[in-house]
Design a protein around this ligand. Sequence first.
Ligand code: AMP
Length: 432
Amino acid sequence: MILNSPRGTSDIFGSDIEYRNFIINNAKRLFSIFNYKELITPTFEHTQVFSRSIGDGTDIVQKEMYTFSDKKGRSLTLRPEGTASIVRAIIENKMYSGYLPVKVFYTGSMFRYERPQKGRMREFYQIGAEAVGTDNPIIDSEIIWLLETFFKNLGFKKLKLFINSMGCSRCRKEFVGKFKLFLEPKVDKLCTDCQKRYDLNPLRIFDCKKDNCINLISDSPKIYSSLCSDCKSHFKKVLYFLDALKIKYTVDSNLVRGFDYYTKTIFEFVSKDLQSAQNALGGGGRYDNLIQQFGGPDIPAIGFAVGVDRILMLMKQLNLEAGKEKDESKIYVIVLDGSCEEYSFDILKYLREKNYVCDLNYNIRALNSELKWAEKNGYDFAAIIGENEVKAGEVTIKDIKKRKQYKIKWDREKEKLDNLIRRAGDQANQAI
Ligand code: AMP
């Protein structure tokens, strides 16, 4: 019997790996520029890490966590998101006791037992960042700036940024009261999920995609009208810095995010090109009370998370390229005959010792097929070795892109090969 991967998971290989690494490496470069340091946390945590932070009433905690008991009966959960673990780690390791804010980033698999569909997996990969220890609105705009730059660097041009403020715990409480009062006469008209949300987590009703629920709340009070003066002025400053950065945004007073811990600024990057309900590429927001809630000091924080799988899917759909990491040339050593293997192996050894990206055809095929394959797989050069080359002590180098061919004396002219490969470009060609 052939076994398949579990529902909602996938094997990642081929060009997807190139895209994925390109996306992750781009993010890492930006994290370095913006001074965010990597923090790696375990893939599973004590269940309470998530239930206490994300919120008992959220879909994730109610329905979507991969929770299991270990052999000693401890309840553990595969992480459904990154922030809770990062907060746990920052507190446990007292990282808050030094310079603030602590600016960290993470990458890794997240697990949610959701109904799989296009852009929604049960294991998916997120990149995220958190800045813990300041409520300065500059950091809110910095986090959005980083994300904006990240998407721009990947080639996206038409993403929309939605932003809102959820207020602090005081103004949010007031708003939830007003909102519930508004909905009270309509509760039984809401969908069954929203009826449950009405009791457990009423703000999630704003997230419902069902037309009927959208209509029912279309003229509900807006959170902005309940914001206290501190929250209003904080939000205005965030928008001021975004304007200063010339970042375009839409203030969406209906935007809420799924976890209980959010306060003040929240935001989401959305693509109209992702043709499904799953059109958010990433988002985040402030969580000013979470650190204290976890038993840490009363310090504010903000963060974001983006989904690599969805970004990858959209890049491919829009024909955006996963560029080469470095400007390095790739060389394919083509052995034409079994008798030339030892000679070719020496060449492969030389190239690898020089740190060139190279490989050899382990199974011998016709030269034309090999060259076609090399071109298709992004090789810049082929080093071709047949009986003639071995006899003459030479290597034939084919510049696949320029469609030019050179012969090099292997024992005496290795540096010519270096010149070529190092892409001194035309100079190297003249040297030959
Ligand atoms: P969230 O942690 O729910 O705010 O999600 C942040 C980002 O992670 C989303 O915008 C998606 O890009 C991605 N994401 C969330 N859930 C999934 C999922 N089940 N499958 C794939 N990507 C997801």
